[in-house]
Design a protein around this ligand. Sequence first.
Ligand code: 13P
Ligand code: SF4
Length: 298
Amino acid sequence: MEKEIRALKAEKNAVIMAHNYQPPEIQGLADVVGDSLELAVKAKETAADLIVVCGVRFMAETAKILNPDRKVVIPVEDAGCPLADFLTPDMIREARRRHPDAAVVVYVNSTAESKALADITCTSANAVRVVASLPNDTILFGPDANLAAYVQRELPEKTIIPLPPGGHCYVHAGFTLADVEAARKKGGTIVCHPECQPEVQEQADRIASTGGMVRDAAAGGNEPWWVFTEREMASRLRVLYPGRIFYEKPEAVCADMKKISLEDLRRALESGEHEVVLPGEVMGRARRAIERMIAVGA
Ligand code: 13P
Ligand code: SF4
């Protein structure tokens, strides 16, 4: 199957992009593996005719928005992100009415329609930098309320209003103080994603996006790491840093990230399904918000 996929990739002049949470066999075939910011930036740089995104829908939509003239496909149509569905365009419009002086920052884990209503997007790798770059004192920030709390802690001079107040990722919200306690008993460094709950973030030794975890681990240290994010991240870190110890939480699984199989990937390359199609006007406005983010940097 791997051989077939590589041959189809060359034949179609395709690029395969995979998120850090994808199963190892998919990551192993990808041209680019990264966090959502890295995937967005690389999507913009690629010259391939076909972009296959192995991740969840918002990642494929972001690649399409940045490459409106290319064909972008996601191998499984219903690989979504439940966090993205917390924020609706009406919530943004209503919040803007209530806070006319606020800027709207939308996390990339969101629908294309929500991005189109944002002043700027952000990822977990650059959320603090994005918000700090804005002149506004008040920021409407959605859909992840835990990431909003993280930004608020880092930038106390701003007022961050989470939109909606309870938006969260069920995988990261599943980490609790009991997990912190268990990790402390065993020893090691706790590295947590900013989508984890604020009380868990406060107890962690480091807070990082998935790309940040890859970079921080490269900086060395021989301590075992507790990786408080989707469990595949630990397997990616083990591949990158053999000999180091990375612990995962076995229950921390993003079901949508596991929907794509090698057979789905092969079929997507062969048939060009499922193509991401979005209204041009939505893409144009969302592109402005994403490109503003890319200009701010990681
Ligand atoms: P990263 O941007 O850190 O890769 O996070 C994306 C995501 O979906 C986290 O759950
Ligand atoms: Fe969405 Fe959470 Fe899955 Fe990330 S881990 S894609 S935020 S559901």
